[in-house]
Design a protein around this ligand. Structure first.
Ligand code: CTP
Length: 397
């Protein structure tokens, strides 16, 4: 881990965990980072600016009027702005755009990636208003770490603890090192299920929630790519900064995908596309006491068609399997002319549809097989993108 020459702006807000940020500052400096501290008024009730000045060897900023335009200058050279610890108050201010002191003004003015590390009493953290504010920030593409569960300074047991310093430092390093490694790439992602109508009221579909594809879109955008997300119906909101095209049927998805892929450099197709459709009845189908037969027609395979038109683009497919997982994945990789296939074993606990975690195995064109542990879909997305970049590097060397 090396943060040599990296500039971190570290905001301290009024939580008892602020004393842990003294050690955090020291460790970041040990890794080569230059750390500039900003403190709110409340933070100074817990710990003095002098402590941070001594550890960082730099002037600590506490007031917007301390230096003209400091809210702009401080951010100009920063690689990362992190708030650690972040209180319910600063999270709420950020969510509603309040800028009434140096810290909140910096957050509104920040052009650099922001990392929030909450620490508070568990009742506060779990309060729906705090959770709502947290979601608002996440929707805007801000990284928020999940607090740890355990004994809190106030004597409570629950979720709200400042995470272990090593975990925070790993996150900081990941954010700084990844930076914008997808800058210049134009990525097409598909997500969610498709819906095939039977009549004006009814359709058939599948259990895909879209979470894996949306995680990929968010991560790609965070890492600097231009992202087009072609999405079947999901309950998910449009991620910040992403061009989302909504579709329902497989056929519509195909119609949107082909021209979008032409403009892309990378395609990652995680949608659970229905393999079949049927002729839609223009009227509601009425029951009549008789058995009914549904005649299904095979839908076009979007991915296969893209494989044919791939050129020198990178194309990644998904494979949801319940048996012979690796063999079936390899077969799809070859048949659809992919560079990489991400195989989901639907028998695994915590993997696949409707959950926030996933356990996947990645197979690439060269036959390399990498199994990832059970991790969050955001982390899976990061690792898939790491692999895509590896393939790109290999292709150009
Ligand atoms: N896919 C597609 N168009 C289809 C069906 C699937 O583009 N009509 C894509 C999916 O987006 C996914 C990959 O193909 O990236 C594999 O999907 P999956 O449902 O696992 O496999 P199928 O190819 O449909 O094969 P089978 O159902 O026989 O396992």
């Amino acid at each position: 881990m090396n943060l040599k020459g990296k500039k971190i702006l570290l905001g301290i807000t009024g939580s008892i965990a602020s004393y842990k940020s003294v050690e955090l500052t020291r460790r970041l400096i040990d890794l080569g980072a230059e750390v500039t501290i900003v403190m709110t008024k409340a933070a100074q009730s817990f710990i003095t600016p002098l402590t941070f000045e001594t550890v960082s060897g730099k002037r600590v900023f506490t007031d917007i009027n301390q230096e003209p335009l400091s809210h702009i200058a401080l951010l100009e050279s920063a690689d990362l702005f992190m708030i650690a610890p972040a209180t319910a108050n600063i999270i709420g201010k950020m969510a509603s755009g309040v800028a009434d002191d140096l810290m909140s003004t910096l957050l509104v003015a920040s052009p650099v990636p922001v990392l929030i590390v909450p620490a508070m009493n568990s009742n506060m953290y779990e309060n729906p208003v705090v959770q709502r504010n947290r979601d608002i920030l996440e929707e805007r593409g801000i990284e928020i770490m999940e607090p740890e569960t355990g004994k809190l300074a106030c004597g409570y047991e629950g979720t709200g603890r400042f995470p272990d310093l090593k975990i925070i430092i790993d996150k900081v390093t990941e954010m700084i090192q990844k930076g914008e490694d997808l800058k210049g790439e134009n990525i097409l992602v598909t997500a969610g299920p498709t819906r095939e109508p039977l009549d004006p009221l009814r359709f058939f579909s599948n259990r895909s929630s879209g979470k894996m594809g949306y995680s990929l879109a968010k991560v790609a955008r965070r890492r600097g790519a231009e992202v087009t997300l072609i999405s079947g119906p999901t309950a998910l909101k449009i991620p910040f900064g992403i061009n989302r095209i909504d579709v329902e049927r497989a056929e519509e998805m195909m119609k949107e995908c082909l021209p979008a892929f032409e403009k892309s450099t990378i395609g990652i197709m995680s949608a659970a596309v229905s393999d079949w459709s049927t002729d839609m009845s223009p009227h509601k189908i009425k029951k009549d006491g008789k058995e009914r037969v549904l005649r299904l027609r095979e839908n076009p395979d979007i991915l296969q068609e893209m494989g044919r038109r791939k050129g020198d683009r990178i194309l990644v497919g998904f494979a949801a399997e319940t048996e012979n997982v690796i063999e079936n994945g390899k077969k799809k990789l070859i048949e659809k002319n992919l560079d990489m296939v991400v195989v989901n074993d639907l028998r695994e606990e915590g993997a696949g549809f409707e959950v926030d975690t996933n356990k996947v195995t990645v197979i690439d064109r060269k036959g390399n097989i990498t199994e990832f542990p059970l991790i969050s879909k955001i982390e899976v997305a990061n690792r898939i993108i790491d692999k895509v970049l590896e393939l790109k590097r290999m292709a150009s060397s």
